[in-house]
Design a protein around this ligand. Structure first.
Ligand code: ATP
Ligand code: MG
Length: 553
């Protein structure tokens, strides 16, 4: 990647705004609705909003967009804060749209006073019909010509709880013939008796997104309000409200949302996976949530690098999951200590190694990190290797263990297979090998070179661990382009559990946040449910690196 990156379109706008002296400094915001856990699409928005502020010496507010009382919970607020901090960002102020309910109410009153809003008694069905269609203008109902005084009274009565839910709404009075349907007298307030996670039962009317969002931006003096492309048609309304109310001129800019292959990224759909127990929770390591990715062992740096690399687009596109995995490997390769773990054991007896002998072989923790130190690996007469590292009748160019063939045991010796032992049914139960004493790792005096190097563990010293291997959650590459229910496309093999794998003892130095590379197997991290009696490791990502080529271009 070249060092001098060209500016993205939002950076261009900010630079020209700053040059023109439009703002002294910039203020962005990240405005999650606390109705679920954050996913990697939100990470994109976080990296963008916080990243721009950092780059231009500005600030970013965290604003919880909590205007839908039924769906919102404090648990989500806490998880969102944790995820943003984990990603490495700090907000200037923690704010809530609900803190502005009184100010928003007063702004609505101001619109009524200017003759620009009215109380409508129509049902939502009637309103939809009266709005017309994109090719047919809407028609005004009698409520549209209510006087300012009557509207002020009715709106106050709505607030005071005189009407039932849905009985009345407050609408902006704009243009029932506008080509943009959102400008045909959009709803500003609705009546909803619902307990709010912060304001309790103080309010029975709640502002609609379009009224709350832009006005909150303005109340905070947000300079650049960045959102995703589906809000393009809302921009005229955003601008209209700010102009009519004559409040701080925040501006809205839109970029393409992040869509990733083999997953879904709507909180509603993710919530259903949680509620239906299809996954173990919001932080299930298969989930595209930030908490799932954290539990799986993805690093904040990998996610940030990924977001930086995909940039800001103006058109929707589908990003390959393997690009994110590429950045995870890049980061972990430098950070992860190496360990040996055998998943499917085959017993190897080294016949010329003394019974009861134990050598502590010293091995570096991470060849990519000179400061990572060393560990001891016990070597004994009986070891496990991976069952699929042995073949009784191998094809040509098979460099792993086979009768009469030699391999190197990583960090240890060269061994040769002398005998295959089978049970009565003909299954291979163990193989007998001899080792070359002068071939110890680092000692070339045997003069023998072998092509295959295997990982292994001492049977007597090995620790038992459970391994969880994860695969993509869905089977369709572009989940937005599928028919039927998204749950029809769940990958049945997204979780594979290996109940008993065998690990070298040094693995148990692991603490929650320590990533490891299991040689030839991938990157792994201790799961949050692991305990000393039941050790569980999650596979973060395998070693295969199909994106490396792409990235070097
Ligand atoms: P979802 O559809 O997953 O519920 P949302 O847009 O309703 O997402 P919000 O909590 O409203 O979720 O989003 C907070 C911010 O994150 C918004 O500015 C939104 O535009 C942005 N965002 C949400 N999803 C994505 C995505 N996939 N890519 C980029 N930004 C996103
Ligand atoms: Mg939303």
């Amino acid at each position: 990647m070249s060092e001098e990156k060209s500016l993205n379109f939002i950076e261009e706008i900010i630079e020209s705004d700053l040059e023109a002296g439009k703002y002294k400094s910039i203020l962005t915001r990240f405005p999650p609705e606390p109705n679920g856990y954050l996913h990697v699409g939100h990470a994109k928005s976080i990296c963008l909003n916080f990243g721009l502020a950092q780059k231009y010496g500005g600030k970013t507010n965290l604003r919880f967009d909590d205007t839908n009382p039924e769906k919102e919970e404090t648990e989500y607020v806490e998880s969102i804060k944790q995820d943003i901090e984990w990603l490495g960002f700090q907000w200037a102020e923690e704010l809530y749209t609900s803190d502005y309910f009184e100010q928003l109410y007063q702004l609505a009153v101001k619109l009524i006073e200017k003759g620009l809003a009215y109380v409508d008694d129509s049902s939502s069905e009637e309103i939809a019909i009266q709005k017309g269609t994109p090719t047919q203008p809407g028609v005004a109902n009698t409520y549209r010509s209510r006087s300012v005084a009557e509207n002020l009274q009715l709106f106050a009565d709505m607030r005071a709880g005189k009407y039932n839910d849905g009985e009345k709404v407050l609408r902006a009075k704009i243009d029932l013939a506008a080509p943009n349907m959102l400008m045909r007298d959009p709803l500003l307030y609705r009546i909803k008796r619902a307990h709010h996670h912060r304001t309790g039962d103080d309010w029975c009317i709640y502002p609609m997104y379009d009224f709350a969002h832009g006005q909150s931006d303005s109340l905070e003096a947000i300079t650049h309000s960045i959102c995703t492309l589906e809000f393009v048609p809302h921009r005229p309304l955003y601008d209209w409200l700010i102009a009519q109310l004559d409040i701080f001129p925040s501006h809205q800019y839109e970029f393409a949302r992040l869509n990733m292959s083999y997953t879904v990224m709507s909180k509603r759909k993710l919530l259903k996976l949680v509620n239906d127990n299809i996954v173990s929770g919001w932080d299930d390591p298969r989930m595209p949530t930030i908490s799932g990715m954290r539990r799986r062992g993805y690093t904040p740096k990998a996610i940030r690098d990924f977001c930086e690399r995909i940039g800001v687009a103006k058109r929707d596109n589908l990003i390959d999951l393997s690009l994110l995995e590429f950045f995870v490997r890049e980061d972990l390769n430098k950070k992860a200590d190496r360990r040996m773990v055998v998943f499917d054991p085959l017993k190897v007896v080294i016949t010329n190694y003394a019974d009861g002998q134990l050598e502590n072989l010293s091995a570096e923790n991470n060849p990519e990190d000179a400061d990572s130190g060393t560990r001891n690996i016990p070597f004994t007469k009986e070891i496990y290797i991976e069952r699929d590292d042995f073949m009784e009748n191998p094809p040509k160019k098979y460099f792993r263990l086979a009768p009469g063939q030699m391999v190197r045991l990583k960090y240890a010796y060269i061994i040769r297979c002398d005998e295959v032992v089978k049970d009565e049914a003909g299954n291979i139960t163990e193989v007998h090998c001899s080792y070359l004493p002068e071939s110890k790792s680092g000692d070339d005096s045997s003069g023998i070179k072998v092509k295959g190097t295997l990982h292994w563990v001492s049977i007597a010293e090995a620790k038992h661990i459970e391994i969880r291997l994860y695969d993509r959650l869905f089977t369709a590459e572009d989940m937005d382009d599928t028919e039927g229910e998204y749950t029809d496309y769940l990958n049945e093999h997204s979780l594979q559990v290996i109940q008993k794998a065998y690990a070298e003892p040094a693995l148990l130095d692991a603490t929650q946040q320590t990533p490891y590379q299991f040689l030839r197997k991938g990157y792994f991290i201790l799961d949050k449910n692991s305990s000393p009696d039941h050790i569980i490791f999650n596979r973060t990502v395998g070693l295969k690196d199909s994106w490396a080529k792409e990235m070097k271009k």
